[in-house]
Design a binder for this molecule. Structure first.
Ligand code: ARG
Ligand code: ZN
Length: 848
């Protein structure tokens, strides 16, 4: 027993929970929770083990008879009632416990934020509220009564009776405890109404603190669009009379899909043109959709155990990505999603934290809310859709909902639904769920007598605990172009199942140019010998927008890798960008995505993949050098583009104007070098929206010319928490790397650095970790500073401390000196007395 939980140990709970009635008497330091649980034994002679942590047990009784200490065993993690004390027929267990929400800085269970009570129970937070089988396969109906002297008292389900200082809620849908929620406080609602396809009227409320009401309109609209989309595309209707969303300032994650009562980090709800950027708006809409979509994929059908987390998360991310693609520009959304997947998930897969989308062991489940479970999980769903086609996908999902509604399921159940509805054997495909690592897909080509061959070879590198990898089932979308740029074969999906496999294309008059892995049809690393000229050709001619971008991205990456090694900027790249800058017919958002340079971490990853140790300072200089070369080559055209992309009229967050602003800022990023900050300064001065204001400020910080703008920004926004987060983030992420450690240390000592607030902590520390050359400064000052803060945060908020430790996951990429310095910091953290299980597990895995 080392505190590790294994998938192979799964056993069903030996009791059925027929109903739960909870009464909360709220008080900051001594909240009383009374639970009345209807229980029926399923196996004779089993003990009743209830999870419970940090609870003070006041009383416990079965069928009205108090238990004596001889009837149970109480430990810091559970209350276990001996079989001899349990009736062999259905019975009622009543308990009362006391908890202290005010002192709960971990933000898990019942806690307080700005005088408001709120909860976060996923994954295992309900056990900090009352004794209960806190596992997702135990589903029950909950009735809740809240007593507290606060104007708004909310819980799951539909509202029941209420009076001054109390309210009752009834959730008709059986649910696991992780979906429980309670909110109480002085809150204001922005309300709407949605009528479902079958005519149910649903009251919609966005609840926020007084003063924030004017920033809820966009979120409310996003809820309505999400509800309509899920009816239209998946045939899924909402199933309660009310849907409540609450915005909370202190929140460890993005948001939580509690049944009928979603709780959100306020940064993912509150938006106004003056305070939120285009990307904030897009992200708010996506997360609102994500949590709403969980009502079916997560709540009505939930997970049997936490190893199956990607059953709900991978599918729900796939659904929210499809929603955004439909609402906005689909091609650009795909490009953004793939860039994020590579930046976070490929990076995870290539390091010591690599794990399968369905892991088979964990110490702390909160450490597995990862890019692999979420984003790679979504890619796997996308591959399934590609393999069975859009109609086959809809048929599989219809079967999933029909077969498993009300159940707690596994990845096996999910795959079986696709097998049964399509008739296909997906046993090899299942490896995507059970094996870690990003397959490398090498391709060579031959042209013989009118037949064109693609010869593929796949190999997945070893990952922790999985030295050998079997071949994966990989859908490879391919199209062929002629030498004149016309498409001669539209997209076809090849299915690779062997380690080595060749595909022939017959009857061709001349050697074609291949467009491989269109739309990023599988999460693999494609390796192909190509030339800058061919990349430029595909950027100009490919009919698949993802692969157009991909060709340009590859060209940019190769150019930057060469420049980090001392080469000059190549003409192919500069010419290709020149054509793009002048291509007024192409979509602005797409051109912006092509014009933005890869980040320094991406360049470092590429250098490491090629077997060398990246030099962060050289990478930073290369990127600056390429921006300067673009300015020299295309300064005039970029200036004209900057003017042409000005958006007239008042700000709206729609995709059209947002795309123009994105292109405008991509041009400005090249135009704003140390010697030319005038445009950025003018934009900062005149901005009437946060996209322009912070975009300009970011560039001024990078140019080392931001002292006055930073002071002005602070004076203007000092009372708006979410905007002050941007002030911290911009400086830590973009300040000149040579002195970043000092800059960030000064910000850490600023009285406005409220480090116990997760958003503020993430802004400063997360921003610094993204300042690649600053964080990785050779003297190790960045590592030391970062580790100091993790050690300080851990006893207060272990979940966030553990998550932030992933900044160190790339240590093996770097030279021996940096490796030793990072490992020394990790060892120092690991040796900290009283270290949390969360951060303890992370440092152990990071050190390997
Ligand atoms: N289920 C939530 C979501 O993806 C995230 C909850 C994260 N909780 C955690 N303890 N890590 O929408
Ligand atoms: Zn989710």
């Amino acid at each position: 027993m080392d505190g590790t939980t294994y998938l192979s140990d799964y056993k069903p709970f030996p009791f059925e929970i027929r109903g739960v009635a909870l009464t909360f008497a709220l008080a900051p330091r001594a909240t009383r929770v009374r639970a009345r649980i209807e229980i029926a034994p399923r196996e004779a002679g089993a003990a009743l083990r209830l999870d419970g942590e940090e609870l003070k047990l006041i009383s416990a009784a079965i069928d009205g008879t108090p238990l004596t200490p001889a009837d149970y065993r109480l430990t810091p993690t559970d209350l276990t009632i001996h079989p001899a004390a349990l009736p062999e027929r259905p019975f009622t267990l009543e308990t009362e416990v006391e908890i202290a929400p005010e002192g709960n800085t971990a933000l898990e269970g019942l806690y307080m934020s700005n005088g408001m009570y709120c909860t976060q129970c996923e994954a295992e937070g309900f056990r900090k509220i009352t004794y209960y089988p806190d596992r997702p396969d135990v589903m029950a109906r909950f009735d809740v009564r809240i007593e507290g002297d606060l104007p708004v008292l909310l819980s799951n389900g539909n509202p029941g009776a209420a009076g001054p200082g109390w309210a009752e809620w009834h959730d008709p849908w059986p649910k696991p405890a992780y979906l429980f929620a309670l909110v109480a406080g002085d809150l204001r609602a922005t309300s709407g109404r949605f009528t479902t396809a079958s005519g149910r009227a649903v009251d919609l409320n966005i609840w926020v603190r007084p003063g924030d009401e004017d920033r809820c309109g966009f979120a409310l609209g996003a809820v309505e669009r999400s509800m309509a989309w899920d009816e239209r595309v998946y045939g899924r209707e909402y199933d309660l009379d009310v849907f409540n969303i609450v915005a909370v300032d202190d929140f460890n994650m993005g948001a939580m899909e509690n049944k009928g009562l979603n709780i959100f980090n306020s940064k993912l709800v509150l938006a106004s043109p003056a305070t939120a950027t285009d990307s904030d708006y897009e992200r708010i809409e996506a997360v609102i959709a994500h949590e709403y979509f969980h009502n079916w994929t997560g709540n009505r059908i939930t997970c049997r155990d936490w190893f199956q987390l990607c059953l709900k998360e991978g599918l729900t991310v796939f659904r929210d990505q499809s929603f955004t693609a439909d609402e906005r520009l689909g091609a650009v959304k795909r490009i953004e999603d793939v860039a994020a997947l590579r930046g976070r998930q490929f990076r995870e897969d290539a390091g010591p934290l690599a794990h399968p989308p369905r892991p088979d062991q964990y110490r702390e489940i909160n450490n597995f809310y990862t890019a692999t479970v979420y984003e790679k999980g979504a890619e796997i769903v996308g591959m399934l859709k590609r393999l069975v086609g859009p109609e086959g996908y809809r048929a599989a999902l219809d079967l999933y909902f029909a077969r498993h509604d009300g159940q707690a399921c596994t990845i096996e159940d999910w795959i079986k639904v696709f097998e049964d509805s399509s008739g296909r054997d997906l046993s090899q495909f299942k490896r995507w769920y059970t094996e870690a690592g990003t397959p490398r897909l090498r391709v060579a080509e031959r042209f013989e007598n009118g037949t064109y061959w693609l010869d593929f070879e796949q190999e997945t590198p070893p990952t922790p605990g999985q030295p050998e990898k079997a071949p994966r089932h990989i859908p490879i979308a391919v199209g062929l172009l002629g030498q004149n740029g016309d498409e001669i074969m539209p997209t076809r999906v090849l299915e690779m199942t062997e380690r080595r496999q060749s595909f022939a294309f017959e009857g061709l008059g001349a050697r074609p140019v291949p467009s491989i892995l269109r739309d990023f049809s599988a999460p693999v690393g494609l390796e192909r010998a190509t030339s800058p000229a061919e990349q430029a050709f595909l950027l100009a001619h490919d009919t698949d927008p993802f692969n157009r971008w991909e060709a340009g991205r590859g060209l940019a990456r190769d150019t930057l890798v060469a420049m980090a090694g001392g080469a000059a900027a190549g003409a192919d790249y500069l010419d290709a960008m020149g054509r793009l800058i002048g291509d007024a017919g192409a979509d602005p958002a797409f051109r912006a995505a092509c014009l933005r340079l890869p980040g320094e971490d991406e360049i470092a990853a590429e250098i490491a993949r090629r077997g060398a140790a990246p030099d962060p300072q050289a990478i930073h200089a290369a990127r600056e050098g390429l921006l300067a070369a673009l300015l020299r080559a295309h300064g005039a055209a970029l200036g004209a583009l900057y003017e042409a992309m000005a958006v007239p009229g008042p700000y709206t967050p729609e995709a059209g104007p947002a795309g123009r602003r994105a292109l405008r800022h991509a041009a400005l990023a090249i135009l704003t070098r140390a010697e030319g900050t005038a445009r950025a300064e003018a934009l900062f001065q005149s901005a009437d929206n946060m996209t322009d204001e912070i975009g300009a400020l970011n560039l001024l910080i990078g140019a080392g010319a931001a002292q006055r703008p930073l002071a002005a920004f602070r004076a203007r926004w000092k009372d708006v928490r979410l905007v002050m987060d941007k002030w911290f983030l911009a400086q830590s992420a973009l300040c000149p790397p040579e002195t970043a450690a000092e800059t960030v240390a000064a910000l850490g000592a600023d009285p406005a650095f409220e480090w116990k607030n997760p958003n503020r902590f993430r802004a400063l520390l997360g921003g610094f970790a993204a300042n690649h050359a600053g964080f990785h400064r050779a003297d190790g000052a960045g590592y030391r500073f970062y580790a100091d803060w993790l050690i300080r945060l851990d006893p207060v908020n272990p979940q966030t401390a553990a998550r932030m430790s992933t900044a160190f996951e790339t240590w093996a990429r770097y030279d021996a000196g940096r490796q030793a310095k990072i490992r020394a910091e990790l060892a120092r953290i690991a040796a900290t007395p009283g270290l949390s299980r969360d951060l303890g597990e992370m440092t152990a895995r990071l050190l390997g």
